[in-house]
Design a protein around this ligand. Structure first.
Ligand SMILES: [Zn+2]
Length: 381
C-alpha cells in the first residue's frame, strides 16, 4: 500500500541506523505512549504500562522525557478505590506545541491557522488571492505562513499545507491547475522559510485524516468526498492514508457519470466535476425556483453515488463523509448519494453503508493540514 510521506521523507530528517538498538526503540515508545494518551485521555503510568505492554521502568523513563519536552503533563490524580496514595494521571499538554496549518482549497483566498495538539484553532489569518499562479502563488503561501508564524508563542512543531491537485510524498505539488503549479517544491520552500518540518498533501487527503482522527469515526476505513471548486476524495484504508501508485488516489472528478452531461473543461462530457462541482451546482440552484431545487440536489447526489458505488463495492467501505460547500448540500443530496450506492452495490456491502456530513464543518481542510504534522512528527493521528 502506498502511504503518505513520513517524517524522513518530507520533513528533511536524518534516518536512524538500520540496526536495531535500544536508542531506536525510544521514538517508537514515545509514539506508543502519546497515542495512548491522545486516544484515551489521561492515564496513570501503571495504566500506560498495561495498555502499551512496555515495562513500568520504560514507561517512567519515557514519560519523564515527554514531560521534560513539554508534550505531556501531570493533570491530576486517579480516583482511588484502595488505601494508599492515588496514582498521578498524565495527559497530552494541548499547547505543548503549535502547528501552522494552511488551506489552499479556495480559489479566492488562502486560509492559515495556528492549531494546538488538541486540534484547537488558536489563531487565524487569511490572504486574498489575486489570481497569482506559479512562483508568485507559492511565494504568497510562504509569506502568509511567515506572517502567522510571528504570532506563535509556543514551540513550533511544523507546517502542514493542503492544496487541490496531486502532491508526491516529498511535498512537491506535481500538478495543481488552480495555482498553475507543476513540480512545485512547496514543502521544501516552507521548510527553508520557517526552519521546521513541513508537509504538503492533497486537500481531500488532508481532510480525511482530520475526519479519521475526529470522534465521529468508528472504522479504520473511511472515504471522504469534497464538493468544492472540483470534486475529490480522500481514502483512509486500514488506518493509513491511501494515495495510490502515483499519488492520485481519490481523483474522481473526471469519472464520467452522465454520457449526455455537460461539457467538462477536460474536453469530455458528463464528468462528475461537470455535473456536481460547487460553482456549477450553485449556478444551477440559483437559476431554478425553490420547488425545483430538490430535483437538482437529488440528481447531483445520484451522480456522485454512481461515481462512488464501484469504489465502495470494490473496497467494502461502509463509512462515507461528505464535505465541502455545506451551504449547497443538504439532506436530499446526502440521501440520494446513499440510496444510489446501496442500489448499485452487493447487498452485503450496501446495507452497511452510511453517509454523513463532516463533523468538522468548514475547518476540515485546515485541521487536516495540522493532522499531517501531528501524524508525521508525533504519530498521534
Ligand atoms: Zn472532465
Amino acid at each position: 500500500m502506498a502511504r503518505m510521506g513520513t517524517a524522513d521523507q518530507q520533513g528533511s530528517r536524518t534516518t536512524a541506523s538500520s540496526k536495531a538498538t535500544p536508542a531506536d526503540a525510544r521514538p517508537r515508545n514515545r509514539i506508543l505512549l502519546l497515542q495512548a494518551l491522545q486516544a484515551d485521555g489521561p492515564q496513570s503510568r501503571a495504566d500506560l504500562a498495561r495498555q502499551s505492554g512496555l515495562t513500568p521502568t520504560t514507561v517512567s523513563a519515557v514519560t519523564a522525557e515527554l514531560i521534560a519536552d513539554g508534550l505531556i503533563n501531570e493533570v491530576g490524580r486517579k480516583a482511588s478505590t484502595s488505601a494508599g496514595k492515588p496514582a498521578t494521571l498524565l495527559g497530552v499538554e494541548p499547547d505543548g506545541r503549535h502547528i501552522i496549518a494552511l488551506d489552499l482549497s479556495d480559489d479566492d483566498v488562502i486560509e492559515a491557522a495556528v492549531v494546538n495538539l488538541a486540534g484547537k484553532i488558536v489563531e487565524r489569518r487569511s490572504h486574498a488571492r489575486h489570481g497569482e499562479t506559479g512562483k508568485k502563488a507559492a511565494a504568497a503561501v510562504v509569506k502568509l505562513a511567515r506572517d502567522i508564524a510571528r504570532t506563535v508563542e509556543r514551540p513550533l512543531l511544523g507546517v502542514g499545507c493542503a492544496t487541490p491537485g496531486i502532491v508526491d510524498d516529498h511535498g512537491v505539488v506535481v500538478t495543481a491547475a488552480h495555482a498553475g503549479w507543476n513540480d512545485e517544491p512547496l514543502a521544501a520552500k516552507l521548510t527553508d522559510a520557517l526552519h521546521v518540518p513541513s508537509y504538503v498533501a492533497n486537500d481531500a487527503n488532508a481532510a480525511v485524516l482530520a475526519e479519521y482522527a475526529s470522534a465521529g469515526t468508528t472504522t479504520d476505513n473511511l472515504l471522504l468526498v469534497r464538493v468544492g471548486a472540483g470534486v475529490g476524495a480522500g481514502l483512509v484504508i486500514g488506518g493509513e492514508l491511501f494515495v495510490g501508485d502515483h499519488f492520485a488516489a481519490g481523483e474522481i472528478g473526471h469519472v464520467v457519470v452522465d454520457d449526455e452531461g455537460a461539457l467538462c473543461k477536460c474536453g469530455r462530457r458528463g464528468c462528475l466535476e461537470a455535473v456536481v462541482s460547487a460553482p456549477l451546482l450553485a449556478q444551477r440552484l440559483d437559476a431554478v425556483a425553490d420547488a425545483e431545487r430538490s430535483a437538482h440536489l437529488e440528481l447531483a447526489g445520484r451522480h456522485l453515488g454512481i461515481a462512488l458505488a464501484t469504489l465502495v463495492g470494490a473496497l467494502n467501505l461502509s463509512e462515507i463523509v461528505l464535505s465541502g460547500r455545506m451551504d449547497l448540500l443538504d439532506d436530499r443530496f446526502r440521501s440520494a448519494v446513499l440510496e444510489t450506492i446501496r442500489n448499485r452495490t452487493f447487498p452485503t456491502v450496501g446495507q452497511h453503508v452510511t453517509a454523513r456530513f463532516s463533523s468538522l464543518g468548514d475547518d476540515g481542510v485546515l485541521l487536516g493540514a495540522a493532522a499531517l504534522v501531528l501524524r508525521n512528527e508525533l504519530g498521534i493521528v
